[in-house]
Design a protein around this ligand. Sequence first.
Ligand code: OSB
Ligand code: MG
Length: 394
Amino acid sequence: MSPLPGEGRREPPLTARRPGGAGAEPISLQRIELRVLALPMRQPFETSFGVAREKRFLLVSIHADGLTGHGECVADHHPGYLPETIGTAAHVLRDYLAPLAFAAPFATPQELVARLRPVRGHEMAKAALEMAAWDLCARRAGVSLATFLGGTRSRIAAGVSIGLQRDDAALVDKVAEELAAGYHRVKVKIKPGRDQGALRALRHHFPDLHVVADANSAYTLEDADHLARLDTFAPAMLEQPLGWDDVLDHAVLAKRLRTPICLDESLRCVERVRQAIDIGAAAVVNLKPGRVGGLVESVKIHDLCVARGVPLWCGGMVESGLGRTANVHLQSLPGFDPGDTSDPRRYFDEDLVEPPVVVAKDGFIDVPQGPGLGVELITSRLERATQSREALVP
Ligand code: OSB
Ligand code: MG
């Protein structure tokens, strides 16, 4: 595939402003490995779009010069959050992204990202390959991913996303438990019929609680009057109430609410984020590297939000410790409010990495200092979790 004409539109490379590994010897990939992994979950995670009882995901590992880099793909086995799935990600990685990555050496992750641009969409597949490239490049340079990204924080404030509970009393108990664990921010899931009561109960028990309500696209503009009544309970923000790909209706809804709107699903590139801010659809931005095609795009979105004074926080996709760790490195950039980075042990008895991601009693997570992601996969656990694997070569 030859580069598209639009390539000339490229912005100044991040390497102009951030370390990123400019000047390094180019990397020639020797092998890319795709594995489908399954981790049992300790508790189901329920949202307006479904219940997850098991975590299945694709692990992308790249090999070059005796080094390995790993990337966790956030696509689910089901297209209930966004259209990508494990199956589409494996297909696009195998048939389109891997050949582009093998086609020529690349010196920086930014160079690889530019090469993947002819493939439209498939942000989660691209992000996984890109994360592996960041891990490998940073390892080779002997610096942490945080340093490579230009991060300055050595610890980040953890927050927690709480799935739909059996009833409002159970939700109140759960929130109390998570606050006791030290989390700096609480988010709860809502859906029609499970919104007013939940927010009323939370406000009653926790008068000063900063609580985010995430609807995962469970409403339409016809629910505007109903959603406006949630203002009474003063949630800190309402996350993605309307269509998963919508920004226009969110701008209309925003005018009818006091509660600020935060967008998640709809924001899949920096241009979309800018447009959403410009038309008043997003007062707050949830940034997930996997949803926007990776860390290069994430840094652009971070920089835009900081420049525009728009609050920004890092979301989660129920990642294993590997993906969580990448989110921790990203949040070492100044400007992130506490988001959805909670302890992976809330979900998994046996996480895959060492050292594990740990939320300290004061609700902070240390940014790993070792090279790359700064964590290692535990081979025995990786093998146990592996459902299938395939190797791709040039
Ligand atoms: O909408 O933020 C979301 C998890 C899976 C899919 C979508 C969302 C979430 C979360 C984050 O709420 C949960 C977590 O990673 O702990
Ligand atoms: Mg969300």
